[in-house]
Design a protein around this ligand. Structure first.
Ligand SMILES: Nc1ncnc2c1ncn2[C@@H]1O[C@H](COP(=O)(O)OP(=O)(O)OP(=O)(O)O)[C@@H](O)[C@H]1O
Ligand SMILES: O=C(O)c1ccc[n+]([C@@H]2O[C@H](COP(=O)([O-])O)[C@@H](O)[C@H]2O)c1
Length: 206
């Protein structure tokens, strides 16, 4: 683990069901705008708030994510499976103890900023590592006026200070406005079902 000593590592947790260009877009922006050395895609065994019904097997999600990433600083990781964690608060505790000499930053899209207060021990997460939130279609306004943004408004950095985020002691977070990327795993799954030869075509009502 000393390999990562002194490195600034962005952690993009996700279902990646499937991985898509939106994940690549925010990862590249994170490297550039936050001055990160690496981004790890933490492919979640099972998001605690999502149904397991539509979730592809972890090995398939990992394999597809690995096939999509062609960047030397972006790494697809199954560490949550190996640690046996699904709650982010637990994952972060374990990673912080495994990587005491690295700077860890949690990365997420604005949809998760809005949903964040429903996460297990969410205030512990805010207190444990700096967070960077990326603009996303339909979600940013609600996220920025929501419970997390309001409660932790004094810990928010201006976007001009984003490069300093990795050096800050939590709680610290930044919202990164950027060219929004429209990709969504839900839409990809819906399109796959619609294009499946087994799907029943539904004729719109006249
Ligand atoms: N187009 C995007 N723009 C900004 N952030 C994104 C985008 N797509 C995904 N993210 C963020 O990447 C992380 C992992 O996303 P996830 O794997 O859930 O993809 P998703 O497209 O949001 O999936 P789903 O539609 O199934 O919820 C989350 O923090 C999510 O907010
Ligand atoms: O810890 C929680 O309670 C929690 C609740 C919802 C989501 N998460 C994490 O948030 C990350 C993004 O999830 P997703 O499904 O939106 O890609 C992923 O790492 C999940 O494990 C974590």
């Amino acid at each position: 683990m000393d390999l990562w000593r002194g490195q600034r590592i962005g952690l993009l947790g996700g279902s990646f069901n499937p991985a898509h260009e939106g994940h690549l877009h925010i990862s590249l922006e994170a490297i550039k705008r936050l001055g990160l050395d690496h981004v790890w895609w933490l492919v979640s065994p099972q998001n605690p708030l999502k149904s397991s019904k539509d979730m592809a097997p972890l090995q398939d999600r990992l394999r597809y994510a690995r096939s999509l990433v062609r960047h030397p600083r972006i790494h697809v990781s199954d560490i949550e499976q190996r640690l046996g964690t699904t709650y982010t608060a637990n994952t972060l505790e374990r990673l912080k103890s495994l990587l005491p000499n690295s700077r860890l930053i949690w990365l997420m899209g604005a949809d998760n900023l809005q949903q964040f207060p429903h996460w297990n021990r969410w205030t512990d997460i805010v207190a444990s590592v700096p967070l960077a939130v990326f603009d996303r279609n339909h979600y940013s306004l609600r996220g920025l006026t929501g419970k997390m943004a309001t409660r932790f408004r004094h810990s928010r950095l201006s976007v001009q200070a984003a490069k300093a985020l990795a050096t800050k002691t939590a709680p610290a977070w930044v919202f990164i406005p950027l060219r929004r990327h429209p990709a969504s795993a839900t839409e990809i799954r819906e399109a796959q079902i619609a294009n499946s030869p087994f799907s029943v075509a539904v004729k719109p009502k006249e």
